[in-house]
Design a protein around this ligand. Structure first.
Ligand code: ADP
Ligand code: MG
Length: 273
């Protein structure tokens, strides 16, 4: 198989290749994300606000999960917990066997840098760095590759993702779709097993959105695990599974498309299983 985005260099991260190796005979059986009775509350001036409660979820390697739900239902909170950007109030998050809920500070940051690729709605590229330099940043942060290899690895990722010619431009010289591709290349810099995207097509026109969704589908087909918050109806052509949040709880979890994951629908609104 032609692995578009896998790295040809020696893998020094704890990333995707390690998880693939640990998976042994049948990688698809491995639950790479496991959430158990996860909850997140915020302290607000009005008192404690429960943004997520009773979240149980298992995601297998190679799934592309679309997380949907109204504004305020807890989608970004869920993604931030998965990414270790935020810590849960209660419950457990295990990613590729690592108890992420127990990590703090620099250990959490180091874990995130190697294991999670993040993509945001507004790209969040650093405006004063070139596209290639943006892609090199996570490699610099984690020292996953020797300094002399980082630029060629960044150029390689950008080429594979279809914007090789843009490498030495500033992000502002690129179209929205090109900037999002650059952000995806940056997310892949350390070869993470898990890619998380929060409304990644929310700022793109529909044709560009389709191309970006297709990129995420390719990543999942290669064995990465993708969890994507989206309003995009088109995502259902690419996703294997749809998880619906309402008021901080999972109200539905259904397989969609080919190769769908474990389909299950909650018995009632508010039921997390
Ligand atoms: P979504 O991404 O689905 O729109 P969020 O996860 O951003 O929802 O937010 C879920 C709920 O938690 C919302 O009601 C939001 O106002 C609240 N919330 C999110 N972040 C905070 C915070 N830092 N402090 C207090 N409330 C928050
Ligand atoms: Mg959100």
């Amino acid at each position: 198989m032609n692995r578009m985005f896998s790295n040809e260099h020696t893998v020094r991260s704890t990333g995707y290749a390690t998880v693939a190796a640990q998976a042994g005979g049948n990688p698809a059986d491995v639950s790479i994300l496991a959430l158990r009775d996860l909850a997140k509350s915020y302290l607000t001036p009005a008192g404690e606000f429960t943004a997520l409660a009773g979240i149980d979820l298992d995601v297998r390697r190679g799934e592309l999960v679309a997380v949907v739900g109204r504004s305020g239902s807890g989608k970004t909170t869920l993604l931030n917990l998965l990414a270790g950007i935020d810590t849960p109030t209660a419950g457990q998050i295990t990613v590729a066997g690592v108890a992420v809920h127990a990590l703090r500070g620099s250990r959490l940051a180091a874990w995130r840098g190697r294991n999670i690729g993040l993509v945001f709605q507004f790209f969040q590229l650093l405006p004063t760095l070139t596209v290639a330099e943006n892609v090199m940043l996570p490699m610099d942060f984690c020292a996953t590759w020797p300094a002399r290899e980082r630029r060629s690895r960044a150029l390689d990722l950008l080429r594979r993702i279809g914007i090789g010619e843009q490498a030495d431009k500033l992000p502002s010289a690129l179209s929205g779709g090109q900037q999002q591709r650059a952000a995806i290349a940056r997310a892949l810099a350390n070869d993470p097993p898990v890619v998380l995207a929060d409304e990644p097509t929310g700022n793109l026109d529909s044709r560009t959105s389709d191309a970006v969704l297709e990129l995420f589908a390719t990543l999942a087909a290669e064995g990465r695990t993708v969890v994507m918050v989206t309003h995009e109806r088109e995502v259902f052509r690419y996703a294997t599974r749809q998880v619906t949040l309402a008021d901080g709880r999972i109200t539905a979890d259904t397989g969609v498309g080919a190769g769908a994951g474990p389909a299950r629908t909650a018995p009632s609104a508010g039921g997390a299983r």
